[in-house]
Design a protein around this ligand. Structure first.
Ligand code: SF4
Length: 656
């Protein structure tokens, strides 16, 4: 809810909120330890609080010398004076939930940090109160919807059009479906409360209602396919994009099972692929396409507009149907290359480009500025310079971590950060990345590798693979089967590698923590901890991807280096392993070849610079805590989920 339309913040905002709640709790604990009474809640009215400076708002709870202001609002303020003691060391999840249940927990936070949680907490309170009054699910929903203020916001965004308008349309459609469903639910079970409604919703595996296409009411434009227009009529009909290759589309379209061939054969047509048969088929398709075009063109009662584009230098050509429709009477208009789309965002972009281009004539720029001002007044998105990213101030230039924060880093994060710190911050802190099928496949292979390491027979491994396989969504049966084959190959490679591995397996899937310094810890999980012939630890990381590091890069492979450093710092002391004897990647995926490929990094103590891994971790920890994250082009840019926000990409650059 915090990162959705109500809270309207992002993962950084949530992270900041968690941290501020922790600081507020620590400060309140300290105050309580000194015997100061701790008051929770914000007794002062809203305007006074929003005027609080950053320093003031970060102060401890009010003390006796600095008593809380008298209550100014209703009964809630009475509650607000209740002491929150005794405090306990709650987890940040618990603090967050408590704050959403009771917004008084947010009283000591900076207003802009607390605002998203306050919005969510207020709405939850409205829902709770409505439910307490035994209102029906529909009434509770209505109260929440009214209090959310989303109705006005989404309606104006929807009216403004563009991608955001389309999203607002979808959101409004979703709300309409929800209300529809609630109304039907209340008709069906008038006595059931909101809990039953929620259970009912959660239990639905297939949505009970859908927004099937409906005829628009009154004056509206209908956009539909030629097929769907059969039997209907309108005063004005526009048949757009009548291009050769699109209409007629003479590509052979067969079904997977070829039933149309079966029909042809049963009608007596010969079953062969001669040119004569192909030509007959093409001519039949052309007739069908012509009939369909005729259907579309005859839907108009008064006026028919047919459009197509083409040019001498262009590959596009108007359809032959167009000249058949009006031989020699086509009306043509020349389009300037620089012509803009007839859309509001394109107009705004054009005006902005003109205003910001010093090479354009001054009167033109002034005229564009006047138009922009008019559009901004009408709340057209992007027209107001206050919303131009290039002109806005940074909302927050503080470092990501506070000076006394403990930076906890994982070995894989060190590697990701080293490759590109911008991608790391966008994927890790903001959540721009998304789990891919290959990542899920990797998770399954790791789970099977643990079972294989316990000497389970191959049949048991395959049966386990069957059990968990359906959890993955491959989008198509054929792809599912292909991936299943890939998974089985990886398991076979692993089993062969495991059987020939001379080292002793000490622990699979082992979690560890290692303290690097007062403010830096390494925390993570290794796939396998093994012991070599000299009693040293060798850490194994199983890889299932299609790329692998070059052999000459292994000596400075960040993830392997951090594993070795963690070993040196006592991460696996409980197994009697304190000396790193190296670390290795075991490639099982496409990167492997026929057999698994082990890529080894030598022991840190044998390296000419044994301190390189520690230096790397220290540098990365400082970088992760800073306020500057640099985009660094690397092999992963092609598949980077953050590239639309990355300045090194055409689509991610900053625009005026
Ligand atoms: Fe970094 Fe490349 Fe992603 Fe940009 S596209 S954030 S440079 S990984």
């Amino acid at each position: 809810m915090l990162t959705g339309p109500v809270g309207a913040t992002d993962m950084i905002g949530v992270r900041r909120l968690r941290r501020a709640l922790r600081v507020a709790e620590n400060e309140a604990l300290a105050a309580a330890a000194q015997g100061d009474p701790v008051i929770v809640g914000d007794p002062s009215p809203e305007p006074a609080r929003s005027a609080t400076t950053e320093k003031e708002s970060a102060r401890p709870a009010p003390t006796e010398e600095e008593p809380a202001q008298p209550a100014t609002t209703e009964a809630d303020d009475e509650e607000a004076r209740q002491p929150m003691l005794p405090f306990g060391m709650r987890s940040s999840d618990e603090m967050l939930i408590a704050a959403l249940r009771d917004e008084r927990e947010l009283a000591l936070l900076e207003p802009h940090v607390a605002a998203p949680a306050e919005r969510v907490a207020k709405l939850l309170k409205v829902a709770r109160e409505a439910a307490r009054k035994s209102q029906t699910a529909e009434e509770v929903l209505w109260d929440v919807w009214q209090a959310s203020g989303l109705s006005d916001r989404w309606t104006s965004t929807s009216l403004a059009g563009g991608p955001r308008g389309a999203q607002a349309d979808r959101d409004l459609d979703g709300v309409v479906s929800l209300f529809d469903y609630a109304a039907k639910f209340v008709d069906r079970l008038p006595k059931a409360g909101i809990e039953v409604f929620l259970d009912d919703l959660v239990a639905q595996e297939i949505p009970a209602t859908s927004l099937a296409a409906q005829a628009p009411d009154g004056e509206a434009v209908r956009i539909l396919t030629a097929h769907r227009s059969k039997g209907l009529e309108w005063d004005v009909v526009v048949v757009a994009g009548v291009q050769e290759g699109v209409w007629p589309d003479l590509r052979l379209r067969g079904s997977l099972l070829g039933t149309e061939t079966l029909v042809e054969v049963s009608d007596g047509s010969p079953l062969d692929g001669t040119d004569a048969v192909k030509a007959a088929l093409g001519s039949k398709m052309l007739s069908e396409e012509r009939r369909l075009f005729y259907v579309a063109a005859t839907r108009a009662r008064r006026k028919l507009v047919v459009t197509a584009v083409g040019g001498e230098d262009a590959e596009e050509r108007p359809s032959r149907f167009l000249s058949e429709l009006m031989p020699g009477e086509l009306e043509t208009a020349t389009v300037d290359d620089r012509a803009r789309w007839l859309s509001m965002p394109a107009l705004v972009a054009d005006l902005r480009a003109t205003v910001c281009d010093p090479s354009r004539p001054e009167p033109l720029r002034r005229a564009a500025a006047r138009h922009l001002a008019r559009l901004a007044e009408a709340n057209i998105p992007g027209a107001d310079p206050k919303t131009w990213y290039a002109l806005t101030e940074l909302s927050d230039d503080r470092p990501l971590a506070w000076p006394d924060d403990i930076v906890s880093i994982s070995p894989s994060a060190v590697e990701n950060f080293t490759k590109c710190s911008l991608r790391w911050v966008l994927e890790t802190a903001v959540g721009a990345g998304s789990a891919s099928v290959s990542q899920s496949l990797g998770t399954i292979i790791h789970a099977i590798a643990v079972l294989a390491a316990e000497d389970n027979p191959v049949d048991a491994l395959n049966s386990r693979l069957d059990d968990i396989w359906h959890e993955l969504d491959f989008g198509g049966l054929w792809f599912n089967r292909k991936q299943r084959h890939v998974a089985e190959q990886m398991v076979e490679r692993f089993l062969r590698w495991h059987a020939e591995n001379p080292r002793e397996l000490i622990a699979p899937e082992e979690a560890f923590t290692a303290v690097v310094s007062e403010n830096v810890i390494i925390k993570g999980r290794v796939d396998r901890v093994e012991r070599d012939g000299e009693g040293r630890a060798v850490i194994i990381d199983i890889k299932t991807g299609s790329s692998k590091p070059k052999d000459d890069e292994l000596n400075r492979h960040p993830q392997l280096g951090v594993y070795q450093l963690a070993t040196l710092l006592g991460a696996f002391k409980r197994h009697g392993l304190v000396e790193p004897g190296g670390a290795a990647l075991v490639q099982l995926g496409k990167a492997a070849g026929k057999d698994a490929k082990e890529q080894r990094q030598g022991a840190l103590s044998d390296d000419a610079e044994p301190g390189w891994a520690e230096d790397l971790v220290t540098t990365v920890a400082a970088g992760m805590s800073s306020q500057l994250f640099v985009a660094k082009v690397n092999d992963g840019c092609r598949t980077c989920a953050a590239k639309i926000s990355c300045p090194v990409n055409d689509s991610g650059g900053q625009v005026c």
